[in-house]
Design a protein around this ligand. Structure first.
Ligand SMILES: C[S@@+](CC[C@H](N)C(=O)[O-])C[C@H]1O[C@@H](n2cnc3c(N)ncnc32)[C@H](O)[C@@H]1O
Length: 524
């Protein structure tokens, strides 16, 4: 609203026989009025996405947008209305109330009907509320008839017919080390909950199931992100170093983008690409919340990025987390509440045609990512449990990947659950299980044969000549992972040779390598 303009008072709808009545609302009435409308907006997005099988975001992600003011109330209202939706629809149909202008606001009508029949029905002000309150008897009569028809005694029994048990899982939060260190976050969160560090993923904390952190100051100020363990493993698997240039090819809503920024300690550059305009805004919101300042957002199609464009010539690594069926996170997204679940069209029983389309896109995007010349590490991830989106995509690009010099590497070698054994090398892949691990994710890591896997805190390539000059050659050499360093070592040696500071006789001699350790043949 423009500054200085007074808010128009919300008025109760005129009754048929009454004159229009204008009445200032109490704070409670006002808050309930807006909550119902916010909930209706979210419900519309959720139902439209579900009908098209193309969700803009999960119920949770839509509710926890900064634009939703009363998150807790709105979340409860949306979830409860969804739980009761089949009953609400039957009741409205029997009472003949969803017509004309109300049909155009059907989500709001669903929300208010829930409140009248099953909720607290407090502060029911507003046109739609008054319309339905005047027809409360008709709604209750239709519900009574439905109970008889379904042969149950109470409304609660009716709800039970549709309900699916919820699984309780520990909560994870990722500490945004751009804003706070892990120990301080642990101390702060520890005031209200039992908190411990995850033993595998750096910067990840584990809280008890049911811990509700949505309104916690550390969450609202971006010091910690509510991100599951499996999702937090993706950027960690790419393991970007401060100073790198990293491309996040399918970035929104940006959880992994800002995780990359934290891992890079805010140094270097991240290019975050997103196709969907609305989701670009979400991406920007996440970035701004994280405090990262080294992320450039590009609104566009990753498939149309030219790998030879000079602006990508320094990109070292790509994180590719493309659109997928989402079958691995269906339960945490509350998909069991959606109408499609009841009709058997939910993500985990998704039709083959859609899966094939998704897999074709995923293959194309991965092929494209592997073709960026300077890129030495590519992570591919999905939150799908389907082989067609996971192992099949990887095995189909392997020959091409090898021709570019890529091989599969093993992210989180200590993690037990690996890829389905459908091709040789699938033991490098990583899977998480939706039941055992809370979410079903898949991660594959490609590294180039000449990638230098620097152990932590070791000098980067740029520093290596200096290391040579200061006679730390032996030390540095030992820390290299010997199987995949030949090309880089060679350039380092050549650089040292040309700089005339040190003149090893031959490359192999300089690095104390034997012929069998050198896969490439250098003739100097
Ligand atoms: C699974 S989501 C990414 C989630 C994100 N990595 C995160 O962790 O917050 C996939 C995203 O890719 C976007 N997308 C799909 N096709 C794309 C394309 N061709 N180019 C860029 N983005 C694309 C989708 O709009 C969606 O936002």
């Amino acid at each position: 609203m423009a500054r200085g303009k007074k808010a128009k008072p919300i008025t109760a709808a005129p009754r048929a026989a009454d004159k229009p009545e204008t009445k200032r609302l109490s704070n409670a009435e006002r808050s309930a009025y807006f909550s119902r409308r916010e909930a209706a907006k979210v419900l519309r997005t959720v139902l439209e996405g579900d009908a098209r099988r193309r969700a803009v975001g999960s119920i949770k992600s839509l509710i926890y947008r900064p634009s939703i003011r009363n998150k807790k109330g709105t979340f409860a209202l949306v979830c409860q209305t969804l739980k009761h939706l089949p009953i609400i629809k039957d009741v409205l149909e029997a009472a003949g109330l969803l017509k004309g202008k109300w049909k155009r606001q059907e989500e709001l009508i669903y929300i208010i009907t829930y409140d009248i029949l099953f909720g607290k029905a407090v502060s029911l002000v507003g046109d739609a509320e008054v319309f339905l309150m005047h027809r409360k008897d008709a709604l209750q009569a239709a519900l009574a008839k439905l109970l008889v028809k379904k042969k149950v005694k109470t409304a609660q029994d009716l709800v039970q017919l549709y309900q699916i048990p919820e699984v309780s899982k520990p909560r994870h939060v990722r500490v945004n080390t751009l804003k706070i260190d892990v120990d301080s976050a642990l101390l702060e969160l520890g005031r209200g909950y039992m908190v411990q560090k995850d033993n595998l993923v750096p910067d990840l904390l584990i809280l008890p199931p049911g811990a509700d952190l949505h309104n916690h100051p550390l969450v609202t100020n971006g010091s910690v992100f509510m991100q599951g363990k499996a999702s937090s493993m993706v950027a960690a698997a790419l393991d970007p170093k401060p100073g790198w240039e990293v491309l996040d090819a399918c970035a929104a809503p940006g959880n992994k983008t800002v995780h990359l920024a934290a891992l890079m300690r805010g140094k270097g550059k991240i290019i975050a690409c997103e196709l969907n305009k609305e989701r670009v805004n979400r991406l920007k919101e996440t970035i701004s919340l994280s405090g990262a300042t080294n992320i450039k957002v590009l609104h566009g199609d990753f498939l149309k990025f030219n790998p030879k464009d000079p602006s990508f010539s320094k990109v070292n690594a790509i994180l590719l987390d493309p659109s997928c069926s989402g079958s691995g996170t269906a339960s945490s997204r509350l998909d069991h509440l959606l109408p499609s679940y009841a009709t058997g069209h939910a993500a985990d029983v998704m039709d083959t045609e859609r899966l094939n389309k998704l897999a074709a896109f995923q293959r194309k995007a991965l092929t494209h990512a592997l073709s960026f010349a300077a890129v030495e590490r590519v992570v591919y991830s999905t939150c799908s449990i389907h082989q067609i989106e996971n192992e099949d995509v990887i095995s189909s690009v392997l020959p091409l990947a090898a021709s570019y010099g890529f091989q599969l590497s093993t992210p989180f070698p200590r993690w037990q659950r690996r890829g389905l054994p459908v091709f040789e090398g699938s033991q490098h892949l990583l899977r998480t299980d939706p039941v055992e691990d809370g979410e079903g994710f898949f991660i594959a890591l490609f590294t180039k044969n000449n990638t230098v896997n620097y152990p932590e805190k070791q000098a980067t390539c740029k520093n290596t000549p200096r290391a040579l000059r200061t006679n730390r050659l032996q030390n540095v050499k030992k820390k290299f992972v010997i199987s995949c360093t030949r090309t880089k070592l060679f350039h380092t040696w050549l650089h040292a040779k040309q700089s005339r500071r040190r003149r090893p006789k031959t490359f192999l001699e300089a690095y104390d390598l034997n012929e069998s350790q050198s896969t490439e043949c250098f003739t100097i």
